[in-house]
Design a protein around this ligand. Sequence first.
Ligand code: HEM
Length: 426
Amino acid sequence: MLQSLLSRGNTGVPWEIGFPEVAIVATIGIAGYLLILAIYQLYFSPISKIPGPWYAALSSVWLYQRYIRGGTIFVMDELHERYGPYVRVAPNIVSVADLHSVTKIHSVKDVFIKGSVYGAMSSNLDVLIVETDPTAFKIRRKMLGSTFNQLSMNLLEPIIRGHVDACLRGIREEIKANGFCNFCELAKLLGLDTAGHIAFGAHFPPLRKEKFNNILRDTTFMLSLTLLRGLPLFGSIETLLSKIPHFAASPFFSCECRLTEFSTKAFDNVQSEIPGCKNGGLVRPLFAKISEDMNDESAKNRLTIKQARDEAFIMLLAGSDTVGLALVFLVWALLKHEDVHRKLDEELKALGNVEIEDSILQPLPYLKSFIQEGLRMYAPLQVPLPRVVPQGGRQLGDYFFPGGVEAMPATYTIMRDPEIFPNPQS
Ligand code: HEM
Protein backbone atom coordinates (compact mmCIF):
# COMPACT_ATOMS: atom_id res chain seq x y z
CA MET A 1 0.00 0.00 0.00
CA LEU A 2 2.72 2.44 1.10
CA GLN A 3 4.85 1.42 -1.87
CA SER A 4 1.98 2.09 -4.26
CA LEU A 5 1.51 5.55 -2.73
CA LEU A 6 5.18 6.42 -3.13
CA SER A 7 5.83 4.81 -6.47
CA ARG A 8 5.34 6.69 -9.71
CA GLY A 9 4.92 5.12 -13.11
CA ASN A 10 5.88 1.51 -13.54
CA THR A 11 9.63 1.66 -13.14
CA GLY A 12 9.54 -0.25 -9.90
CA VAL A 13 11.64 2.44 -8.16
CA PRO A 14 9.87 3.33 -4.92
CA TRP A 15 10.34 7.14 -5.38
CA GLU A 16 11.24 8.57 -8.76
CA ILE A 17 12.81 12.04 -8.49
CA GLY A 18 11.73 14.36 -11.30
CA PHE A 19 12.28 18.06 -12.03
CA PRO A 20 9.43 19.33 -9.80
CA GLU A 21 10.83 17.48 -6.78
CA VAL A 22 14.37 18.82 -7.44
CA ALA A 23 12.97 22.34 -7.85
CA ILE A 24 11.00 22.08 -4.59
CA VAL A 25 13.96 20.72 -2.63
CA ALA A 26 16.29 23.36 -4.15
CA THR A 27 13.83 26.16 -3.35
CA ILE A 28 13.43 24.98 0.22
CA GLY A 29 17.20 24.61 0.51
CA ILE A 30 17.91 28.12 -0.85
CA ALA A 31 15.12 29.69 1.22
CA GLY A 32 16.43 27.92 4.32
CA TYR A 33 19.99 29.05 3.59
CA LEU A 34 18.86 32.66 3.05
CA LEU A 35 16.78 32.56 6.22
CA ILE A 36 19.71 31.26 8.28
CA LEU A 37 21.99 33.87 6.65
CA ALA A 38 19.47 36.65 7.39
CA ILE A 39 19.13 35.54 11.04
CA TYR A 40 22.92 35.37 11.33
CA GLN A 41 23.39 38.84 9.81
CA LEU A 42 20.64 40.40 11.90
CA TYR A 43 21.41 38.83 15.28
CA PHE A 44 24.74 36.96 15.36
CA SER A 45 27.20 38.75 13.04
CA PRO A 46 30.04 40.41 15.02
CA ILE A 47 28.75 43.81 13.82
CA SER A 48 25.03 43.07 14.40
CA LYS A 49 25.06 45.35 17.47
CA ILE A 50 25.86 48.36 15.30
CA PRO A 51 22.58 50.15 14.49
CA GLY A 52 21.26 50.71 10.99
CA PRO A 53 18.30 49.94 8.72
CA TRP A 54 17.43 46.21 8.86
CA TYR A 55 17.66 45.77 5.07
CA ALA A 56 21.25 47.07 5.09
CA ALA A 57 22.27 44.16 7.34
CA LEU A 58 20.88 41.71 4.76
CA SER A 59 22.32 42.99 1.50
CA SER A 60 24.48 45.72 -0.03
CA VAL A 61 22.22 45.99 -3.10
CA TRP A 62 20.47 49.10 -1.77
CA LEU A 63 23.84 50.78 -1.21
CA TYR A 64 25.12 50.06 -4.73
CA GLN A 65 21.89 51.26 -6.34
CA ARG A 66 22.27 54.42 -4.22
CA TYR A 67 25.85 54.90 -5.54
CA ILE A 68 24.46 54.65 -9.07
CA ARG A 69 21.52 57.00 -8.43
CA GLY A 70 23.68 59.55 -6.61
CA GLY A 71 23.08 61.48 -3.39
CA THR A 72 24.74 58.82 -1.18
CA ILE A 73 26.20 61.44 1.16
CA PHE A 74 22.77 62.92 1.92
CA VAL A 75 21.28 59.50 2.65
CA MET A 76 24.26 58.66 4.90
CA ASP A 77 23.81 61.99 6.67
CA GLU A 78 20.13 61.19 7.38
CA LEU A 79 21.08 57.72 8.63
CA HIS A 80 23.64 59.19 11.04
CA GLU A 81 21.07 61.71 12.24
CA ARG A 82 18.77 58.78 13.04
CA TYR A 83 21.14 56.09 14.30
CA GLY A 84 24.20 57.97 15.62
CA PRO A 85 27.88 58.07 14.62
CA TYR A 86 28.15 54.37 13.64
CA VAL A 87 25.67 52.98 11.10
CA ARG A 88 25.76 49.55 9.52
CA VAL A 89 25.03 50.31 5.85
CA ALA A 90 25.72 46.84 4.35
CA PRO A 91 26.36 43.35 5.80
CA ASN A 92 30.08 44.14 5.96
CA ILE A 93 30.24 47.95 5.75
CA VAL A 94 29.87 50.49 8.57
CA SER A 95 29.62 54.22 7.98
CA VAL A 96 31.66 56.10 10.59
CA ALA A 97 30.88 59.72 11.50
CA ASP A 98 33.20 59.92 14.51
CA LEU A 99 36.27 62.06 13.85
CA HIS A 100 38.36 60.22 16.46
CA SER A 101 37.80 56.88 14.69
CA VAL A 102 38.24 58.35 11.20
CA THR A 103 41.64 59.64 12.29
CA LYS A 104 42.52 56.06 13.29
CA ILE A 105 41.20 54.70 9.96
CA HIS A 106 43.39 57.09 7.95
CA SER A 107 46.38 56.94 10.28
CA VAL A 108 49.70 56.33 8.51
CA LYS A 109 50.81 54.21 11.49
CA ASP A 110 48.12 51.57 10.91
CA VAL A 111 47.19 49.86 7.64
CA PHE A 112 43.52 50.07 6.79
CA ILE A 113 43.75 49.10 3.12
CA LYS A 114 41.28 50.37 0.50
CA GLY A 115 37.88 48.67 0.43
CA SER A 116 35.90 46.57 -2.06
CA VAL A 117 34.73 49.55 -4.14
CA TYR A 118 38.35 50.04 -5.24
CA GLY A 119 38.61 46.31 -6.02
CA ALA A 120 35.89 46.66 -8.68
CA MET A 121 37.89 49.41 -10.38
CA SER A 122 41.30 47.80 -10.01
CA SER A 123 40.29 44.81 -12.13
CA ASN A 124 40.51 47.16 -15.15
CA LEU A 125 42.47 50.15 -14.02
CA ASP A 126 46.04 49.70 -12.81
CA VAL A 127 46.60 52.95 -10.92
CA LEU A 128 47.88 54.24 -7.59
CA ILE A 129 44.49 55.41 -6.41
CA VAL A 130 43.01 51.87 -6.43
CA GLU A 131 46.17 50.05 -5.30
CA THR A 132 45.28 48.01 -2.22
CA ASP A 133 48.64 46.33 -1.58
CA PRO A 134 50.53 48.61 0.86
CA THR A 135 54.01 47.77 -0.50
CA ALA A 136 53.01 48.25 -4.14
CA PHE A 137 51.21 51.46 -3.12
CA LYS A 138 54.38 52.90 -1.54
CA ILE A 139 56.45 52.18 -4.66
CA ARG A 140 53.88 53.68 -7.02
CA ARG A 141 53.34 56.67 -4.70
CA LYS A 142 57.07 57.41 -4.78
CA MET A 143 57.10 57.19 -8.58
CA LEU A 144 54.17 59.58 -8.96
CA GLY A 145 54.46 61.84 -5.93
CA SER A 146 57.82 63.49 -6.66
CA THR A 147 56.48 66.39 -8.74
CA PHE A 148 53.87 67.38 -6.15
CA ASN A 149 56.26 68.42 -3.36
CA GLN A 150 56.18 71.99 -2.03
CA LEU A 151 59.50 72.96 -3.64
CA SER A 152 58.31 71.93 -7.13
CA MET A 153 54.99 73.69 -6.56
CA ASN A 154 56.83 76.94 -5.69
CA LEU A 155 58.94 76.68 -8.83
CA LEU A 156 55.86 75.92 -10.93
CA GLU A 157 54.12 79.14 -9.89
CA PRO A 158 54.67 81.00 -13.22
CA ILE A 159 53.28 77.99 -15.12
CA ILE A 160 50.16 77.80 -12.96
CA ARG A 161 49.81 81.59 -13.08
CA GLY A 162 49.94 81.45 -16.89
CA HIS A 163 46.98 79.06 -16.94
CA VAL A 164 45.03 81.17 -14.42
CA ASP A 165 45.60 84.27 -16.60
CA ALA A 166 44.45 82.34 -19.68
CA CYS A 167 41.30 81.29 -17.78
CA LEU A 168 40.57 84.89 -16.77
CA ARG A 169 41.05 86.02 -20.39
CA GLY A 170 38.65 83.27 -21.46
CA ILE A 171 36.03 84.49 -18.96
CA ARG A 172 36.31 88.10 -20.20
CA GLU A 173 36.15 87.05 -23.87
CA GLU A 174 33.09 84.86 -23.33
CA ILE A 175 31.28 87.57 -21.38
CA LYS A 176 32.12 90.13 -24.05
CA ALA A 177 30.84 87.85 -26.81
CA ASN A 178 27.73 86.36 -25.11
CA GLY A 179 26.97 88.48 -22.07
CA PHE A 180 27.72 85.46 -19.85
CA CYS A 181 30.32 82.71 -19.51
CA ASN A 182 30.31 79.01 -18.75
CA PHE A 183 32.58 79.23 -15.72
CA CYS A 184 32.28 75.54 -14.87
CA GLU A 185 33.72 74.58 -18.25
CA LEU A 186 36.49 77.18 -18.06
CA ALA A 187 37.42 76.17 -14.51
CA LYS A 188 37.69 72.50 -15.48
CA LEU A 189 39.75 73.48 -18.51
CA LEU A 190 42.06 75.39 -16.16
CA GLY A 191 42.47 72.25 -14.02
CA LEU A 192 43.04 70.01 -17.01
CA ASP A 193 45.53 72.35 -18.71
CA THR A 194 47.51 72.79 -15.51
CA ALA A 195 47.54 69.08 -14.62
CA GLY A 196 48.51 68.22 -18.22
CA HIS A 197 51.31 70.78 -18.25
CA ILE A 198 52.78 69.47 -14.98
CA ALA A 199 52.36 65.84 -16.03
CA PHE A 200 53.85 66.11 -19.54
CA GLY A 201 55.79 69.38 -19.53
CA ALA A 202 53.94 71.21 -22.30
CA HIS A 203 50.57 72.59 -23.28
CA PHE A 204 48.36 69.87 -24.69
CA PRO A 205 48.43 70.77 -28.38
CA PRO A 206 44.91 69.67 -29.26
CA LEU A 207 43.23 70.95 -26.14
CA ARG A 208 40.99 73.89 -26.71
CA LYS A 209 37.31 74.20 -26.18
CA GLU A 210 35.50 71.65 -28.31
CA LYS A 211 38.35 69.12 -28.06
CA PHE A 212 38.51 69.74 -24.34
CA ASN A 213 34.84 68.94 -23.87
CA ASN A 214 35.35 65.65 -25.68
CA ILE A 215 38.32 64.71 -23.52
CA LEU A 216 36.49 65.61 -20.35
CA ARG A 217 33.43 63.67 -21.47
CA ASP A 218 35.65 60.69 -22.39
CA THR A 219 37.41 60.64 -19.01
CA THR A 220 34.00 60.59 -17.29
CA PHE A 221 32.75 57.83 -19.63
CA MET A 222 35.95 55.89 -19.03
CA LEU A 223 35.48 56.02 -15.29
CA SER A 224 31.89 54.72 -15.60
CA LEU A 225 33.04 52.01 -18.02
CA THR A 226 35.77 50.97 -15.58
CA LEU A 227 33.26 50.70 -12.73
CA LEU A 228 30.83 48.72 -14.91
CA ARG A 229 33.61 46.35 -15.99
CA GLY A 230 33.96 45.38 -12.35
CA LEU A 231 30.46 43.83 -12.51
CA PRO A 232 30.29 40.06 -13.13
CA LEU A 233 28.74 39.83 -16.62
CA PHE A 234 29.61 43.22 -18.02
CA GLY A 235 32.77 42.01 -19.82
CA SER A 236 30.76 39.57 -22.00
CA ILE A 237 28.01 42.14 -22.63
CA GLU A 238 30.61 44.71 -23.71
CA THR A 239 32.30 42.22 -26.07
CA LEU A 240 28.91 41.42 -27.59
CA LEU A 241 27.91 45.07 -27.99
CA SER A 242 31.27 46.01 -29.48
CA LYS A 243 30.47 43.64 -32.40
CA ILE A 244 27.43 45.77 -33.24
CA PRO A 245 28.62 48.82 -35.23
CA HIS A 246 26.02 51.15 -33.69
CA PHE A 247 27.25 50.48 -30.13
CA ALA A 248 30.93 50.17 -31.04
CA ALA A 249 30.86 53.69 -32.56
CA SER A 250 28.84 55.25 -29.71
CA PRO A 251 30.77 57.90 -27.70
CA PHE A 252 30.47 55.74 -24.58
CA PHE A 253 31.95 52.50 -25.90
CA SER A 254 34.59 54.21 -28.04
CA CYS A 255 35.92 56.50 -25.30
CA GLU A 256 38.84 54.21 -24.45
CA CYS A 257 40.18 54.35 -28.03
CA ARG A 258 40.18 58.14 -28.07
CA LEU A 259 41.78 58.37 -24.63
CA THR A 260 44.47 55.88 -25.62
CA GLU A 261 45.18 57.92 -28.77
CA PHE A 262 45.32 61.09 -26.67
CA SER A 263 47.65 59.69 -24.00
CA THR A 264 49.87 58.07 -26.65
CA LYS A 265 50.35 61.52 -28.23
CA ALA A 266 51.01 63.03 -24.80
CA PHE A 267 53.63 60.34 -24.02
CA ASP A 268 55.26 60.80 -27.42
CA ASN A 269 55.63 64.53 -26.66
CA VAL A 270 56.64 64.32 -23.00
CA GLN A 271 59.38 66.89 -22.27
CA SER A 272 62.46 66.22 -20.16
CA GLU A 273 61.82 69.36 -18.09
CA ILE A 274 59.18 72.06 -17.72
CA PRO A 275 60.47 75.29 -19.25
CA GLY A 276 59.64 78.66 -17.65
CA CYS A 277 59.82 77.73 -13.94
CA LYS A 278 60.44 80.37 -11.25
CA ASN A 279 64.02 81.74 -11.00
CA GLY A 280 65.14 79.41 -13.79
CA GLY A 281 64.52 76.40 -11.48
CA LEU A 282 64.29 72.86 -12.79
CA VAL A 283 61.14 70.74 -12.48
CA ARG A 284 60.77 67.50 -14.36
CA PRO A 285 57.30 66.68 -15.68
CA LEU A 286 55.60 63.91 -13.75
CA PHE A 287 55.78 61.42 -16.60
CA ALA A 288 59.31 62.27 -17.83
CA LYS A 289 61.13 59.83 -15.53
CA ILE A 290 58.33 57.26 -15.80
CA SER A 291 58.55 57.41 -19.58
CA GLU A 292 62.37 57.07 -19.55
CA ASP A 293 62.22 54.12 -17.14
CA MET A 294 59.61 52.37 -19.28
CA ASN A 295 62.28 52.03 -21.98
CA ASP A 296 65.14 51.23 -19.60
CA GLU A 297 65.43 47.55 -18.76
CA SER A 298 67.82 48.24 -15.87
CA ALA A 299 65.37 50.62 -14.12
CA LYS A 300 64.32 49.38 -10.66
CA ASN A 301 60.63 50.17 -10.94
CA ARG A 302 59.04 50.32 -14.37
CA LEU A 303 55.47 50.90 -15.40
CA THR A 304 54.03 49.13 -18.40
CA ILE A 305 52.54 51.32 -21.13
CA LYS A 306 49.05 50.31 -19.94
CA GLN A 307 49.87 51.31 -16.34
CA ALA A 308 51.38 54.63 -17.47
CA ARG A 309 48.35 55.40 -19.68
CA ASP A 310 45.96 54.53 -16.85
CA GLU A 311 47.86 56.85 -14.50
CA ALA A 312 47.80 59.62 -17.12
CA PHE A 313 44.04 59.20 -17.52
CA ILE A 314 43.52 59.41 -13.74
CA MET A 315 45.73 62.50 -13.47
CA LEU A 316 43.67 64.26 -16.11
CA LEU A 317 40.42 63.26 -14.41
CA ALA A 318 41.70 64.06 -10.90
CA GLY A 319 43.17 67.36 -12.04
CA SER A 320 40.20 68.69 -14.00
CA ASP A 321 36.94 67.77 -12.27
CA THR A 322 38.16 68.27 -8.69
CA VAL A 323 39.93 71.59 -9.29
CA GLY A 324 37.17 72.86 -11.60
CA LEU A 325 34.36 72.01 -9.19
CA ALA A 326 36.25 73.42 -6.19
CA LEU A 327 36.64 76.73 -8.04
CA VAL A 328 33.00 76.78 -9.10
CA PHE A 329 31.81 76.26 -5.52
CA LEU A 330 34.19 78.88 -4.14
CA VAL A 331 33.14 81.52 -6.67
CA TRP A 332 29.47 80.64 -6.14
CA ALA A 333 29.89 80.98 -2.35
CA LEU A 334 31.61 84.32 -2.84
CA LEU A 335 28.77 85.65 -4.99
CA LYS A 336 26.17 84.32 -2.57
CA HIS A 337 27.71 85.88 0.57
CA GLU A 338 28.22 89.60 -0.05
CA ASP A 339 29.77 90.16 3.38
CA VAL A 340 32.41 87.51 2.74
CA HIS A 341 33.10 89.02 -0.68
CA ARG A 342 33.55 92.45 0.88
CA LYS A 343 35.90 91.23 3.63
CA LEU A 344 38.03 89.33 1.15
CA ASP A 345 38.20 92.38 -1.09
CA GLU A 346 39.33 94.52 1.85
CA GLU A 347 42.07 92.05 2.76
CA LEU A 348 43.38 91.99 -0.79
CA LYS A 349 43.16 95.77 -1.24
CA ALA A 350 45.16 96.24 1.98
CA LEU A 351 48.11 94.62 0.20
CA GLY A 352 48.47 97.80 -1.86
CA ASN A 353 49.84 97.92 -5.34
CA VAL A 354 52.06 94.83 -5.28
CA GLU A 355 52.61 92.04 -7.77
CA ILE A 356 50.38 89.22 -6.49
CA GLU A 357 52.42 86.12 -5.72
CA ASP A 358 51.74 82.91 -3.86
CA SER A 359 54.10 83.92 -1.02
CA ILE A 360 52.04 87.10 -0.51
CA LEU A 361 48.69 85.30 -0.60
CA GLN A 362 49.60 82.32 1.61
CA PRO A 363 49.77 84.29 4.91
CA LEU A 364 46.43 86.10 4.40
CA PRO A 365 44.17 84.74 7.19
CA TYR A 366 40.77 85.56 5.72
CA LEU A 367 41.63 84.16 2.29
CA LYS A 368 42.90 80.97 3.93
CA SER A 369 39.74 80.59 6.04
CA PHE A 370 37.56 81.27 3.01
CA ILE A 371 39.22 78.50 0.98
CA GLN A 372 39.16 76.05 3.91
CA GLU A 373 35.52 76.80 4.69
CA GLY A 374 34.62 76.48 0.99
CA LEU A 375 36.27 73.05 0.79
CA ARG A 376 34.59 72.00 4.05
CA MET A 377 31.12 72.98 2.87
CA TYR A 378 31.43 71.98 -0.78
CA ALA A 379 34.15 69.33 -1.05
CA PRO A 380 34.34 68.47 -4.75
CA LEU A 381 35.09 64.77 -4.26
CA GLN A 382 32.04 63.36 -2.50
CA VAL A 383 32.62 59.67 -3.03
CA PRO A 384 32.71 56.85 -0.46
CA LEU A 385 36.27 55.92 0.46
CA PRO A 386 35.91 52.73 2.54
CA ARG A 387 38.86 51.11 4.27
CA VAL A 388 39.26 47.49 5.44
CA VAL A 389 39.85 46.88 9.16
CA PRO A 390 43.20 45.02 9.54
CA GLN A 391 43.48 41.42 10.77
CA GLY A 392 42.91 41.12 14.51
CA GLY A 393 40.24 43.81 14.40
CA ARG A 394 40.18 47.29 15.92
CA GLN A 395 38.15 49.12 18.56
CA LEU A 396 36.40 52.08 16.97
CA GLY A 397 34.28 54.10 19.38
CA ASP A 398 32.10 51.77 21.44
CA TYR A 399 32.32 48.92 18.93
CA PHE A 400 34.85 46.24 18.16
CA PHE A 401 35.29 45.93 14.39
CA PRO A 402 36.58 42.48 13.38
CA GLY A 403 39.30 42.29 10.69
CA GLY A 404 37.83 42.39 7.17
CA VAL A 405 34.89 44.67 8.02
CA GLU A 406 34.88 47.87 5.94
CA ALA A 407 34.79 51.21 7.75
CA MET A 408 33.55 54.05 5.56
CA PRO A 409 34.32 57.58 6.83
CA ALA A 410 31.22 59.82 6.55
CA THR A 411 33.19 62.94 5.64
CA TYR A 412 30.16 65.04 4.62
CA THR A 413 28.53 64.43 8.02
CA ILE A 414 31.72 65.02 10.01
CA MET A 415 32.26 68.30 8.17
CA ARG A 416 28.85 69.40 9.47
CA ASP A 417 29.24 68.16 13.05
CA PRO A 418 28.25 71.12 15.28
CA GLU A 419 30.58 69.91 18.03
CA ILE A 420 33.54 70.33 15.69
CA PHE A 421 32.24 73.27 13.61
CA PRO A 422 29.84 75.51 15.56
CA ASN A 423 26.98 76.67 13.27
CA PRO A 424 28.15 74.27 10.57
CA GLN A 425 25.71 75.45 7.89
CA SER A 426 26.44 79.16 8.18
C1 HEM B 1 40.45 70.34 -4.99
C2 HEM B 1 41.08 69.39 -5.66
C3 HEM B 1 41.24 67.97 -5.25
C4 HEM B 1 40.53 67.22 -4.35
C5 HEM B 1 39.36 67.66 -3.48
C6 HEM B 1 41.11 65.89 -4.34
C7 HEM B 1 40.69 64.86 -3.52
C8 HEM B 1 41.32 63.64 -3.39
C9 HEM B 1 40.98 62.59 -2.43
C10 HEM B 1 39.87 62.69 -1.39
C11 HEM B 1 41.82 61.56 -2.63
C12 HEM B 1 41.89 60.27 -1.82
C13 HEM B 1 41.17 59.19 -2.55
C14 HEM B 1 41.17 57.88 -1.76
O1 HEM B 1 41.73 57.79 -0.69
O2 HEM B 1 40.61 56.94 -2.26
C15 HEM B 1 42.70 61.92 -3.73
C16 HEM B 1 43.70 61.12 -4.22
C17 HEM B 1 44.44 61.43 -5.33
N1 HEM B 1 44.41 62.60 -6.06
FE1 HEM B 1 43.30 64.22 -5.62
N2 HEM B 1 42.12 65.84 -5.25
C18 HEM B 1 42.25 67.07 -5.83
C19 HEM B 1 43.15 67.45 -6.81
C20 HEM B 1 44.00 66.58 -7.44
C21 HEM B 1 44.90 66.94 -8.52
C22 HEM B 1 45.01 68.34 -9.12
C23 HEM B 1 45.56 65.81 -8.88
C24 HEM B 1 46.59 65.59 -9.95
C25 HEM B 1 46.77 66.29 -11.00
C26 HEM B 1 45.13 64.75 -8.00
C27 HEM B 1 45.58 63.45 -8.05
C28 HEM B 1 45.31 62.50 -7.09
C29 HEM B 1 45.95 61.19 -7.04
C30 HEM B 1 47.00 60.66 -8.00
C31 HEM B 1 45.41 60.52 -5.93
C32 HEM B 1 45.78 59.12 -5.41
C33 HEM B 1 46.85 59.29 -4.38
C34 HEM B 1 46.70 58.39 -3.21
O3 HEM B 1 45.77 57.55 -3.13
O4 HEM B 1 47.56 58.56 -2.32
N3 HEM B 1 44.18 65.26 -7.13
N4 HEM B 1 42.39 63.19 -4.17
